[in-house]
Design a protein around this ligand. Sequence first.
Ligand SMILES: *[C@@H]1O[C@H](CO)[C@@H](O)[C@H](O)[C@H]1NC(C)=O
Ligand SMILES: CC(=O)N[C@H]1CO[C@H](CO)[C@@H](O)[C@@H]1O
Length: 534
Amino acid sequence: MTLGTVCALLVLCFSALSGAADTTSSRSNLRALLTDRFSSTRHHVTGADAKRATAEYFIRTMEDYGMQIFMDAFLLSDRKIQASNILALWNGRQSNTPNDKPVLLAAHYDTQRNSPGVNDNGSGMAALMEAARVISSQPCLQEYTVGFVAFDFWEREDRKETQSACYQFGCGSRQWVTYSLMPYLEQSGLTPANFQGVIVMDGIMNYNNTEGSQAVPNAEIYKQTPGVTDIYRSSEADGFRGNFITSVARTDYDRTLYTAFQRKWNSLGDPQYKQYNALIPIKDVETDGPKSPYWPVYRFLSYSDLWSFWKDNPDLKTMLLSDTAQLRGRMQQCQHRPCDDMRSVTEENLGMLKKTTDAVIALALEFSNTRTSCRDPMSSAPASFKAGLTMEGTLEIDGNDLKFKLVVDAFKPSGVVRMTVSNDDLEVSDSLSGRYDAETQTLTVRLTEPIQAVRVEQDPFKKTNWNMNGQLKATETGVEWTGTFYNLERQGHSVPVKFTSADGETSPQSGSSLALPGLLGTVLCAILTRLMQF
Ligand SMILES: *[C@@H]1O[C@H](CO)[C@@H](O)[C@H](O)[C@H]1NC(C)=O
Ligand SMILES: CC(=O)N[C@H]1CO[C@H](CO)[C@@H](O)[C@@H]1O
C-alpha cells in the first residue's frame, strides 16, 4: 500500500464517521415544553388562541426539523367548528414505496373546556415533540417512515354546552385514521400488515409512590380479568402505588409493540418507575368485545385514541401508554379540572415522562431501522453543497420544458436539506425538504406542506408522493444533481431532472469547507507523510 493510499484511507476514514447523535430526551426540554407550550387551556371556545398557537408551534417546529407536514382539516358540529389533525412525516429510504414499514407516534393537543391539561394531555404532546426532536437529529438516514401525529378533538362535550363539538370521544383520531392513515398506506401500496403500529401517548407523567395512591375500581372483577390479572397482582404486591406506566394493547395482535416497549423500558435506568401491561385478548374489540364477560374492564381500558385505530381496522397495531389518568393520586381530583396544572410538573413526574419518552424513542429508532453510525452527511456531500447554493434545471411538465431555480436554504448535520423551488414566469415557489443519504450520495426532497386546506375534490395524499430524487455530484464548477422527478398525481409520471449550480454562483472551496473530521484526517496524513520521510 502506498503512502497516498494510506492517506486517502485515513481522510476517508475520519470523514466517514458521523458523531454519534444523542438518542435520549432532555429533561429540561420536556419541562420547557410543558411550561411554555402546554400549560394553558387548549379548547375551541375557552382557549381558542392557545389551541391555534399550539397547532402552529407544532407545525413550525416539525418543519424546522425537516419533516413533511400534512394537515387534515375537518369540520364538526354540523360543519360549524373547524378542527385539524396534524401529521409530520420523517421520511426514510423506503418512504412512499411498497417496502415501507411505517411506525407512528401520536398524542392529542386539545384539552377540556376548563382544564389547563398539563398532564391531560400536555405530557403526551411534550413526549411527542421531544421524541421528534431526538429522532430527527439522527444523521443516519433510516429505512422506514416515522410519523408524528397530533390529534385535535379527543375530548368530548355535552351538547348543552355553548358551541359544543365532538359528542363521542376521539373525533379527531377517528377522522384521521379513516381519511388520512388508510389513504396514505394505500398510496404507497401498503396494507395494515406493513404498518408496524402506532403508540398513543396520553397522560404519562403522574407518578405517585405513596402506598394506596393507585385506585382500582371493581377490584373483584379486575383481579380475574384475563390480560389484566398480572398488572393487578403486581400492583397489589407493591402496595397499590401509582408508580408505573401501563401499556394497553391486544394480547396477540399488538405483541410486537408492547414487547419492544417493555424491552426498551427495562434497558433504561431509574427502576423506581415501573411498567406493566394491561392486555385485551380480543382482536376485533369493537365487534367481539361486548360479548366478553369482562367487557366493562376492556371497554374502560380502550377509552383513548387507540380505539379509533382498532375500530377502523383491527389489523392496525396499536398501543396506548397511560398513567391510568383519573385512577391515580391527585388526578383523582384533577382530571379534566382546573387543577391539572403546573403542579403536575415535579422532578419525579418529569423523571417518569423522560423514561417513557426515551423508551418510545428507542422503539421508534429500532422499528425504523435507524443505524447508530454511518458516513457523515455533511462531510460526504460535495463541498459547495450548502446553504445559499443556487441551482438551475429543467423540468418537463405536460410535454413542456420549464426552467426552475432551486435554492438551498439549509443543510444540517442530520443530512436534512431544505430548499425552495421556483419559476419566476409561472410565479410559483414551493418549500421542499428532504435528506441527503451519505451512503448512496442521493438527495431526496418532497413538498414540505402537501396540503393545508379542507379536503376538496382531489385526493391530497397523492401530493405526499411528489418527490425529486437523484445523485449529488461535485463538478468542476460546483454541484450537479441528476435524477428523477416523480409525481403520482400524474399517473405515476416520472421524468428525468438535472440541476446544476449556476455559473459563478459558488466557488468550490476546499480548505474552509472541509468538515472537522475530514480536516483531522488531512492533518494526520501530513504528519504521517513527514514521519515517513525520515
Ligand atoms: C399521591 O397520592 C396521594 C393519594 O391519592 C395524594 O394524597 C398525594 O397528594 C399524591 N401526591 C402527589 C405528589 O401527587
Ligand atoms: C390524564 C389523561 O390521560 N387524560 C386524558 C388524555 O386523553 C385520554 C384519551 O386519549 C383520556 O382518556 C384521558 O382522560
